[in-house]
Every structure is written in C-alpha cells, then in structure tokens.
Write a protein of this length. Structure first.
Length: 168
C-alpha cells in the first residue's frame, strides 16, 4: 500500500513540475460547440432505427457497428475541453505535460495571418510525427520569434495534405 502511494505522489510531482518559461500561453484543446437538441435527437433516433432494422434483417454486424458509433459519438459530444499549457523554455518546448528538447527539434516556423491561421510549427526528428503544430491564438508572434531564434533555426515548413483538409 505504501509503495503505491509513493508511486502516485511521484507521478503528481512530475506532472506538476515547475517550468521556467521565457514565454507561455494557454488555450483549450478544442472549442466547445453548442449542441442542437433536434439534431442530436434525430441522429440518435436514426441510429436506433437502423440498429433495429439490422436486427430484423439478421444483420448483427450492422447493428453492433451502429451502436458502437452512437456510443462513441455520445462520449465525444459530452467531452469537456481541457486547458492546454504551452511554453518556450531554455530546455525546450513544453506542451501540456511533455517537454520536447531542442535536440529533438530541427527548426520552427510561425504561420501568422490575422483573423485566420495563427500557428507555431516545429520540424521534429521523429519519423511518425514530422511536424508539431501549436495554435497561437493571442500570443505575440514577434516576441515568440525572438525567444525561439536563440535556440532553433527559422525555416518555412511546407503545408501537408492534412493541413489543407483541416482548413476546409
């Protein structure tokens, strides 16, 4: 019992470690949309009717998939946004609970168009996560650039297919 308490206390101190930030900002990980009751009732009614239809026609797979879809959709619709903390430190880039050291990053680029796209992009050394994209919201891009240029080279990053789809 004592061992479990020590492990949980250790994890809490790691998650709540103090970071000396040169510049930091907070945003929510997604914007909460107001749910339209009619739309939600219609969607769940359609899922229920199609699941019953699948049972009547002996299509058990269709029914199971529709119920799983409805359950998954329900979970994501009721999820509350978390406040994410971003910081530029002398050791690296702090994103929520993870510190990316400057050794694992190759370059940065600030994409800033007022009233439109405002994000900070990092090129990483990782194969499966080549770019880290961080929304800036109200962060001053000039001050951010002054901090980052001391640690990383500035290099324009190309837009990926995912970026183009995301902006639609």
């Amino acid at each position: 019992m004592l061992k479990k308490q020590n492990q949980s206390n250790k994890q809490k101190t790691i998650k709540k470690r103090r970071v000396d930030a040169l510049i930091s900002w907070k945003i929510q990980d997604f914007e909460e949309n107001k749910k339209n009751f009619r739309f939600m009732a219609g969607l769940y009614s359609a899922i229920f009717i199609l699941a019953v239809y699948g049972l009547i026609t002996n299509n058990l797979l269709l029914s199971i998939l529709l119920i799983l879809f409805g359950f998954t959709f329900f979970i994501f619709e009721n999820k509350k946004p978390r406040t994410m903390i971003f910081a530029v430190t002398k050791e690296g880039i702090f994103i929520h609970d993870h510190l990316y050291s400057y050794n694992s990053l190759e370059s940065f680029w600030i994409e800033y168009e007022p009233e439109s796209l405002q994000e900070l992009s990092f090129k990483t050394n990782q194969l499966f996560l080549p770019f880290l994209k961080i929304p800036l919201k109200k962060t001053n891009p000039v001050e951010l650039r002054k901090c980052l240029i001391k640690f990383l080279p500035e290099k324009k990053h190309p837009h990926s297919f995912n970026d183009l789809i995301e902006r639609l």
